[in-house]
Design a protein around this ligand. Sequence first.
Ligand SMILES: Nc1ncnc2c1ncn2[C@@H]1O[C@H](COP(=O)(O)OP(=O)(O)OP(=O)(O)O)[C@@H](O)[C@H]1O
Length: 362
Amino acid sequence: MTTLPKSLRFKMPAEATPLGFRPAPKALLLEIKRLRKHFAHGDAPAVERVSLDLGEGEMLALLGPSGCGKTTTLRMIGGFETPDEGTISLHGEDITSLPPEARGIGFVFQDYALFPHLSVLDNVKFGLRKLPRAKAVARAQEMLALVGLSGLDARKPHELSGGQQQRVALARTLAVAPPLVLMDEPFSNLDAAMRVETRQEVRKLLKAAGSAAILVTHDQEEAMAVADRIAVMESGRVVQIGTPDEIYRNPVSAFVASFLGRSNILTGTASGMQVQTEFGNLPLSRAANGAVSLSVRPEQIMLEPDPDGTASVVGREFRGHDQLFWVQEGERCMLVISGAGASIEVGSKVRLRICDCVVPLA
Ligand SMILES: Nc1ncnc2c1ncn2[C@@H]1O[C@H](COP(=O)(O)OP(=O)(O)OP(=O)(O)O)[C@@H](O)[C@H]1O
């Protein structure tokens, strides 16, 4: 058998699994049952009947728009807020009434909460006060090496970039080897390029340390990039939970379809695995009957130039790797994603063809 030179061999990322194979479920770490919180001055409960579980080493994103209850859920898990109802168990032990410091959970705050007067090394050493000094220093240095900051031990936080400060905060949290790390919008203080780089690093570091994590974000791209599973929240409730692929391919509602990715919402009359729509008879991703709303992703629509077409291109955004088109068809404006090569100008007449299963919504 010929062996390819090293440089040409395909290298599977450490976490990738062959298609169709799902890793065995991890042992249960955190179990949340029917959590509820209604603040004194709130009209509606901030969090209503939220149930979640998390496996050891798993990363979960709480995703949803501003005010949907993500932070309140996270703060209840951390012990900073007391739930009105519901329970939280870690490793099978009920921790609902324990104070934050007795839960053994780590936090990475939005502003990193580093001590400005302490060096990088002393910041990371901070949680290791119970260890003999030499051991604490060795552990802190090990953590700084893990986050790629060896050699910066003596700097003060203000002498670091935002991304480096984020990594110091993570090193400090991971130094005490918490089974679970809670992160509230941890990348929001970083610029766009740094955010993309840092979130991948953070994911790698958490996986290397074997810590599970719950990340609060309103950024769907960030949730999809970082999390093993996403819990989508709307008005205090978890409305869907699953892997990024599952939720993207099978959103349960128009809200989820439009919050995780972009979507065109159509209506139709379903009969089993088919639905009759204004675009003809289309296959459904799951069986439904009667009047339904449908989600069609912009990349599931083909745009064909046609001088006799009934639709016209009313907007175009070139994004390098692809293009977005806004296409007016009667009363409806559809969003379509096409390859970068398609040369269709604004004002062109086109025909739209849906070329995939469409998703019936609740
Ligand atoms: N301490 C509080 N007292 C009263 N109401 C609160 C308090 N904390 C949060 N709320 C309200 O509870 C609801 C949920 O807030 P929460 O901060 O959990 O939402 P969020 O999804 O994290 O939002 P954001 O993304 O803007 O941080 C909001 O209506 C908010 O105004």
